[in-house]
Ligand binder design. Structure first.
Ligand SMILES: [Zn+2]
Length: 129
């Protein structure tokens, strides 16, 4: 399981596992739980291919809707993998909610070539309301 830690407004670190035990405002707690669920769904049980270590994600910001994510891991490969997964389409659009229509930005996959589709179809399933 990945490690996820929140730092709100430069305050103390809050482990995602402790969220329900913290004296947070209700709305903050709910938002952080949503973020936690998103991240866990995105990253799953991602771990380093080489070292078997899970990544650590630190989400910090002035409030739960303005979090910046940093990824730490045992090596660059893991950090890259985790970062890619975090930023995959449909991931944390609750947070970047100011920019609707960010879903069709990157991949131009209109090639009619058939067979051998190693590429991941990034038409994500994650934007159900
Ligand atoms: Zn590693």
């Amino acid at each position: 399981m990945i490690h996820l830690t929140f730092i709100l407004d430069g305050g103390e670190m809050i482990s995602a596992d402790e969220l329900t035990q913290r004296p947070l405002a209700r709305v903050e707690r709910v938002m952080l739980l949503v973020v936690r669920n998103h991240i866990r769904r995105k990253l799953g049980d991602l771990s380093c291919r080489e070292h078997g270590q899970p990544p650590s994600i630190i989400a910090s910001g002035p409030s739960p809707d303005q979090l910046a994510f940093s990824v730490e891991g045992c090596c660059q490969q893991l950090v890259d993998d985790a970062t890619t997964a975090l930023h995959a389409p449909g991931s944390l659009d609750l947070i970047g909610a100011n920019s609707p229509g960010a879903d069709s930005s990157t991949i131009h996959n209109g090639s009619p070539r058939r067979g051998g589709t190693a590429e991941v179809n990034t038409k994500a399933t994650g934007d159900r309301a």
